[in-house]
Design a protein around this ligand. Structure first.
Ligand code: GLU
Length: 304
């Protein structure tokens, strides 16, 4: 079946598939989102994007931003980065403090909050004006010039970031964070607040399906080795404490966020973004996962 028909079929099959989860409610800007919003966009290597539903509506990308900051940092720091962040699934909640004590301030992976905070610390070393650098990077990847931070989300995140402050302070006590904790949390809360549509997200992840090059511009973002590593980390650690089940059901490297978005890629083929704000108990969009499972099944292709 053609890609367009597969997307339309899954969209219509799942259009009423709501009411099984909770919208993130730790800040007002997320809890007020329309819970039955639903969008799918798939971008192919020739730059075509096929979408269904609310695909132009922007939402809070939250933890999906961790892929962008990791890509920015790893292309500069190379292997050295992996002395301060691990590459194993954590088996704990995304914002857990528990392993950090035993593992001496080295976070298990860059997609749990502790790891992402270390990445943001290195980003500040590399780019003194980090907030500009991140948004410029996302605009470059997507080709969309008006993507920006949602200031009200960023502010609410800041007001409720006690646990992230605790994580950053704890890591700093082990010497694995160098910058001021407040500066790191400020950048981190802003990166989580970036507002994008599924169409824009699918385009911005296409470099991970095309060996590190943005197919529409030919610009190289990173080398094939970095792409291999970013995709491997998404596959093993990208869906919080549900990464194994996501690999089992969907078979694509992916990254989710508590705004209800999930982005996934099939190397050398496509990237796909889904958005449906109701979350399961792991903090992942349950309709998003169902969509992606049906997608690889219908398509008959996954990374396996
Ligand atoms: N912004 C929230 C936090 O860091 C959630 C991010 C997410 O997991 O999507 O606590």
């Amino acid at each position: 079946m053609e890609l367009k028909n597969i997307i339309n079929k899954i969209f219509s099959e799942l259009s009423d598939y709501t009411g099984h989860g909770q919208v993130a409610d730790y800040i007002p800007a997320l809890s007020s989102v329309k819970r039955d919003s639903f969008a799918i966009s798939a971008a192919t290597l020739d730059g075509n994007v096929i979408s269904a539903g609310d695909f132009t509506e922007r939402f809070s990308i939250q933890s999906i931003s961790k892929v962008f900051t990791l890509a920015m940092v790893s292309r500069h720091l190379g292997d050295k980065l992996w002395e301060s962040v691990g590459r194993e699934p954590s088996g704990t909640a995304f914002n857990s403090l528990i392993q950090l004590e035993q593992e001496k301030g080295i976070p298990r992976n860059p997609f749990i909050n502790s790891g992402a905070l270390v990445i943001t610390d290195r980003l500040i070393d590399l780019y003194p004006d980090s907030k500009h650098a991140i948004i410029d990077f996302v605009r470059e990847l997507s080709g969309v010039k008006d993507i920006s931070y949602d200031k009200s989300v960023a502010l609410s995140e800041l007001e409720t970031s006690h646990r992230n402050l605790a994580l950053a302070n704890f890591i700093k006590s082990f010497g694995n964070i160098h910058n001021k904790v407040e500066d790191i949390i400020d950048v981190y809360c802003n990166q989580c607040s970036i507002s994008m549509s599924t169409e824009e997200l699918a385009k911005s992840f296409l470099f991970l399906a095309s060996g590190g090059v943005i197919p529409t511009t030919g610009q190289r973002v990173c080398g094939p080795r970095s792409v291999k590593r970013l995709n491997a980390l998404m596959l093993t650690c990208g869906l919080y404490n549900e990464s194994g089940d996501f690999a089992f059901r969907v078979g694509m490297p992916g990254k989710s966020g508590v705004g209800g978005g999930i982005v996934a890629v099939i190397p050398n083929k496509l990237s796909i973004a889904v958005w449906s704000p109701e979350l399961n108990s792991n903090g992942n969009s349950y309709r998003g996962i169902e969509t992606l499972e049906r997608f690889t099944t219908e398509l008959g292709i996954s990374v396996f």
